[in-house]
Every structure is written in C-alpha cells, then in structure tokens.
Write a protein that binds this ligand. Structure first.
Ligand SMILES: [Zn+2]
Length: 99
C-alpha cells in the first residue's frame, strides 16, 4: 500500500495504465513478428498467450491505482480503473480531495 496525497503521483500511475494499451499492442505484434522471422508460422497458442499477457499486465498496472491509500481515512482511495478525472480527484470512501 502507498500513501499519497499527490495528484501528480496518481496521474503518473494512471498514465502508465493508459500507455500500456498501445505499448502492449505493439509489443504483442513485435513478439509475433519476431516469432515469424526466427521460427516461422506462429502457433495459435502464442496469440492467446501474448493477449493474456497484455491483459494481465493491464490489471496489475490498474491495481496499482487502487493501492493508493487515502491520507485521511487510511483506506484504498481509488478504484482500480484508469478512467478517472484528475480535475476533482477525491477519495471514494470519505471524500478527501487530493492536492
Ligand atoms: Zn478517504
């Protein structure tokens, strides 16, 4: 768990999650293309594996958002989803406003 009252810190974690979408997709394509270049036709399970990896990394990164503790109520302040507004960032339990 991580205490933070900094919107900057929360924004950084959120942006990492949002950046993972295109970066993860590109990484998946690179893995498939490398497999094709080195070994040959990729097996079906490789597509499934890279997609599961992409989603798994997303969830791990998104959970980092929910690990941020509210300095006021000492509970998890945010839900683990990246679609949060940074303009009026509040603890969803007690309403503490992050600075
Ligand atoms: Zn709170």
């Amino acid at each position: 768990m991580h205490f933070s009252d900094s919107v900057k810190d929360i924004r950084k974690r959120r942006n990492i999650v949002l950046l993972w979408f295109p970066i993860g997709a590109i990484a998946d394509i690179v893995i498939i293309e490398l497999y094709k270049a080195i070994i040959g036709v990729p097996p079906h399970w490789l597509f499934i594996l890279v997609n599961i990896g992409w989603v798994a990394v997303y969830f791990v990164l998104a959970m980092r958002i929910s690990k941020i503790l509210c300095p006021e109520c000492k509970e998890s302040a945010l839900r683990s989803q990246p679609w949060i507004s940074m303009k009026n960032l509040r603890c969803h339990r007690c309403g503490y406003r992050f600075k």
